[in-house]
Design a protein around this ligand. Structure first.
Ligand code: ADP
Ligand code: MG
Length: 268
């Protein structure tokens, strides 16, 4: 098994109250899977990504990567393992601002102690792969949002990681750039990369093959993805009250507008 969580919890102590951001989550992820993570705001999606990518340590439970128990790894061991096995794509790109695309992409190789020449060659090849071969000298400010996210994808891939984590990768992009990033993720999965992606858009989730829904820090649904419509329905069901209230407000607004229209007609 590539990644396994056994009864993993992440609790935050806020004064007197304990926030159970993740509560005894158990799941297994095989190589080559493409997983969409959905759930209402505050349901624990980002916490799950942080804990599963061994960025944050769980409060309880066990984590296995390639069948190795990594739960007790210290900071140094974790960052070494992350550098080797894990790529992360953030909603806000998280690139170094005054640094060229090439150097941004090559950075994980600096930590991996790869020599300058090989670093540049590999970073160049990776930027080519994401369609930015002609923009390697540009800094993030000289690139569009979509291009910046492609640099971030290249950086996530540079160490040939086993798992790519993405937290709303298209969340800050216009629809065309979002489509490009989605296409990249689809292609990467076709090449065999395992992808775990948080999204709140049913259309984005539809590019994955397995859907995991969170609510209040627990997994409430884990199933194969068939189509976008089914995802939207599930997402609404899990969202529950918040979405219901929104729908009610909308229907109220529609009723008021209808009344206004009728009134106007009567005036005429
Ligand atoms: P999501 O990504 O689904 O919106 P999060 O994983 O960010 O949810 O948060 C889950 C819950 O944990 C929320 O109630 C949030 O307020 C809380 N939480 C997240 N990070 C922290 C933190 N560093 N300290 C305290 N509470 C946190
Ligand atoms: Mg989040």
């Amino acid at each position: 098994m590539l990644l396994k969580l056994k009864s993993v919890s992440k609790h935050y102590q806020m004064g007197e109250t304990t926030i159970k951001a993740l509560n005894e989550v158990t799941l297994s992820i095989k190589e080559g899977e493409f997983i969409a993570i959905m759930g209402p705001s505050g349901s624990g999606k980002s916490t799950f990504l942080q804990v599963a990518s061994i960025l944050a340590q769980p409060t309880a439970g066990e984590i296995f990567i390639k069948d190795k128990d990594v739960t007790q790894y210290d900071e140094v061991e974790r960052s070494r393992l992350r550098n080797k096995e894990i790529g992360f794509i953030f909603q806000q790109f998280n690139l170094l601002p005054r640094t060229s695309a090439l150097d941004n992409v090559a950075l994980p190789l600096v930590y991996a102690k790869v020599g300058t020449k090989e670093r540049d060659e590999r970073a160049k090849a990776m930027l080519n792969k994401v369609g930015l071969g002609d923009r390697i000298k540009n800094t993030p400010a000289q690139l569009s949002g979509g291009q910046q996210q492609r640099v971030a994808v290249a950086r996530a891939l540079i160490n040939n990681p086993s798992i790519i984590f993405a937290d709303e990768p298209a969340g800050n992009l216009d629809s065309k750039s979002g489509e490009e990033i989605k296409r990249l993720l689809i292609d990467l999965n076709k090449e065999g990369k395992t992808i775990i992606m948080v999204t709140h858009e049913p259309d984005d989730a539809a590019i994955a093959k397995r859907l995991i829904m969170f609510k209040d820090g627990v997994i409430v649904d884990d199933s194969k993805i068939k189509g976008g419509k089914e995802i939207a329905a599930k997402s609404e069901k899990v969202a529950g009250n918040g979405e219901k209230v929104k729908a009610q407000l909308k229907s109220k607004k529609n009723k008021v507008e209808k009344l206004k229209r009728t009134k106007n007609k009567l005036k005429k």
